[in-house]
Design a protein around this ligand. Structure first.
Ligand code: FES
Ligand code: FES
Length: 212
């Protein structure tokens, strides 16, 4: 198995590889997956293998957790071209040509950093088995809907199961992220106003204090 930075692959070669979806030398399927920004070659997989199985068992991406394998617990959550998905319900071969992002690929800054930090700060991590899936789901929710209210948060996270925390600590962590990000936005707006009042010409970054 090989890993190639996705941005560095020759487009023609990528197209040829995808078009193949070919049988490998040992008779299994051979294709490439873009996982966390790297093109990973999958050889010898079964056509019926789920994305979860290929990520964990073939590519060694153990940040994606395996629990129910029926799309009911959210432990295996990933983003597929930016859409939240249970990787156990997706055929790996069907993910060829999509961007697969696991909790490990969310990055160490901005919103994903805040979500991870608040899960720890609020005690939303106990055994931790559900945490990678929750971090992916919460980051997805707050990216799309930063000011989600409690009902919307509960609805968005209904597909993620935690056996340890009783969900209260997880909800508190989401609220803490929203408070922190809201405060940053307010601070940025306030600073902007101060700048205008004092007639300064310096512009603030469009991305906010840490890129969100
Ligand atoms: S392992 Fe995929 S939803 Fe439970
Ligand atoms: S912290 Fe143990 S399952 Fe959620």
């Amino acid at each position: 198995m090989t890993a190639v930075p996705a941005d560095g692959l020759d487009a023609g070669a990528e197209g040829a590889d995808r078009a193949g979806g070919a049988a490998g030398a040992d008779g299994g399927e051979s294709y490439r997956l873009n996982v966390d920004g790297f093109l990973r070659t999958v050889n010898g997989a079964s056509i019926g293998d789920s994305l979860l199985t290929v990520l964990r068992d073939t590519l060694g991406v153990t940040a994606v957790k395996d629990a129910c394998e029926q799309g009911r617990c959210g432990a295996c959550s990933v983003l597929l071209d930016g859409r939240l998905a249970a990787s156990c319900t997706v055929l790996a071969a069907d993910a060829d040509g999509t961007r697969v992002v696991t909790v490990a690929g969310l990055g160490g800054a901005g919103l994903a950093r805040a979500v991870r930090a608040m899960f720890l700060a609020e005690g939303a991590v106990q055994c931790g088995f559900c945490t990678p899936g929750f971090v992916v789901a919460v980051t997805d929710l707050l990216t799309r809907h930063p000011d989600a209210d409690e009902e919307e948060i509960r609805e968005a996270l209904a597909g993620n199961i935690c056996r340890c925390t009783g969900y209260g600590r997880i909800l508190a962590a989401v609220r803490a992220v929203q408070a922190e990000r809201g405060a940053l936005r307010s601070g940025d707006a306030h600073s902007s106003g101060e700048t205008q009042r004092h007639g300064e010409t310096q512009r603030h970054s469009d991305g906010g204090p840490d890129g969100w």
